[in-house]
Design a protein around this ligand. Structure first.
Ligand SMILES: Cc1cc2nc3c(=O)[nH]c(=O)nc-3n(C[C@H](O)[C@H](O)[C@H](O)COP(=O)(O)OP(=O)(O)OC[C@H]3O[C@@H](n4cnc5c(N)ncnc54)[C@H](O)[C@@H]3O)c2cc1C
Length: 484
C-alpha cells in the first residue's frame, strides 16, 4: 500500500468526481424547450427510473441511435428485456431538431465514401440503399406518422465554380451506377425559383421526414414491443458489476448484461475516452411561417425536393408538411473543450446571417416572416462518418459521429450495435467503416485552434472559387477535416 494512502480520501475524491460528472451531464442535457418546432405538442412524460432494475440490454439515449438500436435488438429477439434511459425527453438531442433529410449514404455522401473506403464502396452503397428501403418500410410497418415524402433532393450551384463541381459529381455518381441528373439554370428554376441558381444536380433517391414525429413514433413502436423507456433519467455513471454493467441515474440504477451508449455529441461526458473521437458542432436553423398558396406560387417547388447549395459552407432547406420553409446550415460552431448544452442552443449572429442569406436567395418572399429558430449538436469525426467502439471490457458498445447525415445512418448503426452484442459473426462487423477508427482530434487547445483554422480556410475557399488553400490541402492529404 502506498505511504500516501489515507483511508477515505480516495472515496471522497471519487464521490466528488462523480458529483462533478453528474453536474456536467445535467447541465449539458437540461432544458427540454430548445425551441425546435419538431418537438411541439406535449406528449405525457415517460416515467423516470426508480429503484434497481435488471435488463438484458440497457441503452443510454433516446435519439435515433438508441431507438433504432432498441428496434433492431427486439426484432432479432422479441423476448429480450431492453431498457432505454433518456436524460431529458425522447428526441431531445439532434434527433428532434434536425433538417429531416433522409439520405441513403452511410458515408456522408458518395465522394467521402470513395475517399475513405474505396475498396468497400460498392458494398457500402448496397447497404445504404438497403438501409434506406428498410427505414421507409419500418415507418410504414409501424404506422409512424412522420410526413415521410419521397421527394428526392437537388444540389444547386450558386457560383460558376460550383457548376464544374456538379458536372464532375454527376460523372462520379454515374460511375457507380447512381441516378443523378444535371439541370441547367432554367431547369432548376422551373423546380424552385431563385435568381441565385445557375444549375443543379437532382438526386431522385432521397426523402424528407418530420424528425420529431419520427423519434416519437419509433418510441411508440418500442412501447408496443414492451421496451421500457425512461425519461428524465440522466445516466451519470457506467461501471462494471461482476460480468455485467451497472448504469446509475438519479433515483435508480439498471444492472444489465450489456449496455449501448447512444449519446452521440454528449458521449464524452459519460465516457471520456470518446472525447478525441469527435467534436460537437452546433448547427442552426430558421423556420418561416406557413407560405400562403400565393407565396408558394412565387417560388414553385411543386415537387418539394430537399435542397442544398454547393459551397463548402452550405445551406440546406425544405418544406414542412404545413408548407413552412426550414432553412439551416452554413455556420458550424465549435465551442472550446467539446462544449455542449442548452446555453449553445441559440446564436443570434448565425440567425442574422441565415436570414440575410435567405432573403438573398428568395427576394420574392420578402413578406415572409420567420416564426422559429433553434440549434442542435452534431457530432463530427475527422472523416465525417460514424465510428464504433466499446468500453468496460466489451460490456458497453457505442456508435457516434454521423456528422450532418444521421437520420438514416443511425438506423444502420443500430444494426451494427445489435450485431456487436448478439451476432458476432455478422458481416457488418468486418466492414472497415465499422472496424477502422477515424484519425483522432488533437487535445485542447490544439483542437479549437485546428477547427478555427479549418473554418476560416473553408470560408476562404468559398470566396476563391473553391480553391483549396495550403491548410485544406494538408488536411486532404491526411484524409481529415471538419464539417457539419
Ligand atoms: C440542426 C441539425 C440539422 C441536422 N440535419 C440533418 C438532416 O437533415 N439529415 C440527417 O441525416 N441528419 C441531420 N442531422 C444529424 C442528425 O440529427 C444526427 O446525426 C442524429 O439525430 C443523431 O442521433 P443520435 O441518437 O445519435 O443523437 P441524439 O439525437 O443527439 O441523441 C442523444 C440522446 O442522448 C441523450 N443523453 C445524452 N447524455 C445522456 C446521459 N448521460 N444519460 C441519458 N441520456 C443522455 C440526449 O438527451 C439525447 O436525447 C442534423 C443535426 C442537427 C443538429
Amino acid at each position: 500500500m502506498s505511504a500516501t494512502y489515507h483511508p477515505g480520501v480516495g472515496d471522497s475524491a471519487t464521490a466528488r468526481a462523480a458529483d462533478r460528472r453528474r453536474a456536467r451531464i445535467a447541465a449539458a442535457t437540461g432544458a427540454h424547450r430548445n425551441g425546435s418546432f419538431w418537438l411541439d405538442g406535449d406528449t405525457p412524460p415517460r416515467p423516470p427510473l426508480t429503484g434497481q432494475v435488471t435488463a438484458d440490454i440497457a441503452i443510454v439515449g433516446a435519439g435515433y441511435t438508441g431507438l433504432w438500436t432498441a428496434l433492431a435488438l427486439t426484432e432479432h429477439d422479441p423476448g429480450l428485456r431492453v431498457v432505454v434511459l433518456e436524460a431529458t425527453r425522447v428526441g431531445h438531442g439532434a434527433s428532434g431538431r434536425n433538417g429531416g433529410f433522409v439520405e441513403a449514404s452511410l458515408t456522408h455522401g458518395l465522394h467521402n465514401g470513395l475517399a475513405h473506403f474505396p475498396d468497400e464502396i460498392g458494398e457500402l452503397l448496397r447497404l445504404g440503399a438497403e438501409n434506406f428501403a428498410g427505414l421507409v418500410d419500418d415507418i410504414r410497418r409501424h404506422g409512424i406518422d412522420c410526413d415521410l415524402e419521397l421527394t428526392g433532393t437537388i444540389d444547386v450551384a450558386t457560383a460558376p465554380w460550383q457548376l464544374d463541381e456538379l458536372a464532375a459529381s454527376a460523372e462520379v455518381h454515374a460511375g457507380v451506377g447512381e441516378r443523378a441528373t444535371l439541370l441547367d439554370a432554367d431547369e432548376v428554376r422551373a423546380e424552385l425559383d431563385s435568381p441565385t441558381y445557375l444549375g443543379g444536380l437532382a438526386h431522385p433517391d432521397g426523402a424528407i421526414v418530420h424528425p420529431g414525429r419520427l423519434a416519437r413514433g419509433l418510441a411508440g413502436a418500442l412501447d408496443d414491443r414492451g421496451v421500457a423507456i425512461h425519461e428524465g433519467a440522466p445516466v451519470s455513471r457506467l461501471r462494471r458489476h461482476g460480468a455485467r454493467v451497472r448504469l446509475e441515474a438519479p433515483g435508480g440504477a439498471v444492472v444489465a448484461d450489456r449496455a449501448v451508449l447512444a449519446t452521440n455529441a454528449y458521449s464524452h461526458l459519460l465516457l471520456r475516452r470518446t472525447a478525441r473521437q469527435f467534436v460537437p458542432v452546433y448547427d442552426y436553423v430558421l423556420l418561416t411561417e406557413p407560405l400562403t398558396p400565393e407565396q408558394r406560387a412565387r417560388i414553385g417547388w411543386a415537387n418539394r425536393q430537399g435542397i442544398a447549395d454547393s459551397g463548402n459552407q452550405f445551406h440546406y432547406y425544405r418544406l414542412t408538411g404545413d408548407d413552412r420553409i426550414l432553412w439551416g446550415g452554413y455556420d458550424a460552431v465549435y465551442r472550446f473543450g467539446n462544449g455542449i448544452g442548452p446555453r449553445f442552443d441559440h446564436r443570434r449572429a448565425t440567425y442574422d446571417l441565415l436570414a440575410r442569406h435567405f432573403r438573398a436567395t428568395f427576394p420574392q418572399l420578402r413578406d415572409l416572416r420567420f416564426a422559429r429558430w433553434w440549434g442542435g449538436p452534431i457530432a463530427t469525426t475527422t472523416r465525417f462518418t460514424a465510428t464504433f467502439g466499446e468500453a468496460l471490457g466489451g460490456r458497453v458498445v457505442y456508435g457516434l459521429g454521423y456528422t450532418g447525415l444521421g437520420v438514416a445512418a443511425t438506423r444502420f448503426a443500430g444494426r451494427v450495435l445489435r450485431d456487436r452484442l448478439l451476432v458476432p459473426d455478422s458481416p457488418l462487423l468486418d466492414l472497415r467503416l465499422v472496424t477502422a477508427a477515424p484519425f483522432p482530434f488533437p487535445p485542447e487547445p490544439l483542437r479549437w485552434t485546428g477547427v478555427e483554422l479549418t473554418r476560416r480556410a473553408i470560408a476562404r475557399s468559398d470566396r476563391r472559387a473553391g480553391a483549396r488553400g495550403p491548410w485544406l490541402r494538408l488536411l486532404d492529404r491526411f484524409g481529415v477535416g471538419f464539417d457539419s
